[in-house]
Design a binder for this molecule. Structure first.
Ligand code: FAD
Length: 323
């Protein structure tokens, strides 16, 4: 029987998220003779499965259950344990996202299978498999040899290109039944927070706010700049600690990893824990009043000065260019 690589499909606002397409690209690198299976969990996923048939996977497996309609730790973990038992794959692969981070350690412990998390690259060398991942807040890159045929892998977002659609639809779709004990905690509902940002991981332009924004007024200025140039707002922990924004907007080691075309860091010092989440940006502009701020070491363009003077000037220039 062929080995299997299972990718857990992730959804964001009811759309398959880009990390799943990045997982397909990573799985192709690991594939060898194995079969790639995209696992879709939820309710009424058949339409999505038909659309996803154009991607480069061998099979789509649907696991539909009312308790899986939205991500929740316990039902998802139980369902994945059942899928593991039934399909007996070699590799279970998903993103190093909130979902991946939440359930992969639980499954790894429960099944006693090694977990390689936040992986940035995979490479076969004379049939030996090597992985790299950042350690010590990204100060070092660790290279590991995988010595077991069976393992879990979470991949760092934006390290693989999203897989592209093919013309033909030639993968099969099948359903798998799982039993989920009704006694486990059940998600009753989700309430949308007022301060809702666009999906940061997919944003092309991000304006970053740091402690240098000082207060609500500074945060409003950052939002205004983002609106003016068609960007999304991300923040450092310094800004979160000011209490003016939500931790879900945080970029960095304990926040999100992004790779926009443009990142404008405003009043952010450039601590390593922040930088690991943003240095995949194609272009970085930093605005900081301290000419020695570490952010300038990674910035493509440095603007030394007070953000409360620079940002209004930038917006004015954007609206009425003088050059
Ligand atoms: P500061 O370091 O205080 O910098 C503020 C900057 O604003 C300064 O450089 C200052 O010169 C500038 N400034 C002030 N006023 C102005 C002005 N008017 N105009 C222009 N510039 C001005 N941090 C994250 O961001 N993300 C993470 O995921 C994260 N995870 C962490 C995990 C761990 C385990 C630990 C220990 C820390 C983590 N941190 C994280 C915190 C990180 O170490 C820094 O403390 C944090 O990034 C600092 O935020 P900041 O740059 O906004 O603030």
């Amino acid at each position: 029987m062929k080995d299997k690589i299972i990718i857990l499909g992730e959804y964001q606002q009811d759309k398959i998220s880009s990390i799943t397409l990045e997982c397909i690209s990573a799985a192709k690198q690991l594939q060898g003779e194995a079969e790639i299976i995209l696992l879709l969990m939820g309710e009424d996923r058949k339409k999505d499965a038909c659309e996803l048939q154009q991607y480069d996977v061998d099979q789509i497996v649907l696991v539909e259950h009312p308790l899986l309609s939205r991500f929740s730790n316990e039902p998802y973990a139980k369902a994945l344990l059942s899928v593991w038992d039934q399909l007996n794959p070699a590799i279970l692969l998903w993103g190093h996202t909130d979902i991946g981070k939440a359930i992969s350690p639980y499954l790894s412990e429960k099944l006693d299978i090694p977990l390689y998390s936040n992986v940035e690259s995979v490479e076969y060398n004379e049939k030996r498999l090597f992985l790299t991942r950042p350690v010590y807040s990204g100060k070092l890159i660790e290279k590991i040899e995988v010595n077991t045929p069976t393992f879990f892998l979470t991949i760092k977002p934006k390290k693989w290109k999203a897989s592209q659609k093919k013309l033909e639809r030639n993968c099969t779709i099948r359903s798998l039944k799982v039993k989920i004990d009704k006694s486990i905690p059940t998600l009753i509902g989700l309430e949308q927070k007022k301060q809702q940002t666009l999906n940061l991981e997919d944003a092309k332009i991000i304006v970053g706010a740091g402690r240098g924004i000082q207060n609500e007024e500074g945060f409003a200025l950052i939002n205004q700049l983002a609106k003016t140039i068609g960007g999304t707002v991300g923040v450092s922990r310094g800004a979160v600690e000011l209490g003016v924004c939500d931790a879900s907007m945080q970029l960095g080691q304990t926040g999100k990893t992004v790779a926009p075309d443009l990142y404008i860091a405003c009043g952010i010092s450039g601590a390593i824990q922040h930088l690991v989440g943003v240095t995949s940006a194609k272009t970085i502009i930093a605005i900081n009043k301290d000419p020695h701020a570490p952010i300038f070491e990674v910035a493509d363009y440095a603007i030394v000065g007070d953000l409360f003077e620079i940002i209004p000037a930038l917006m004015k220039e954007w609206d009425n260019p003088t050059i």
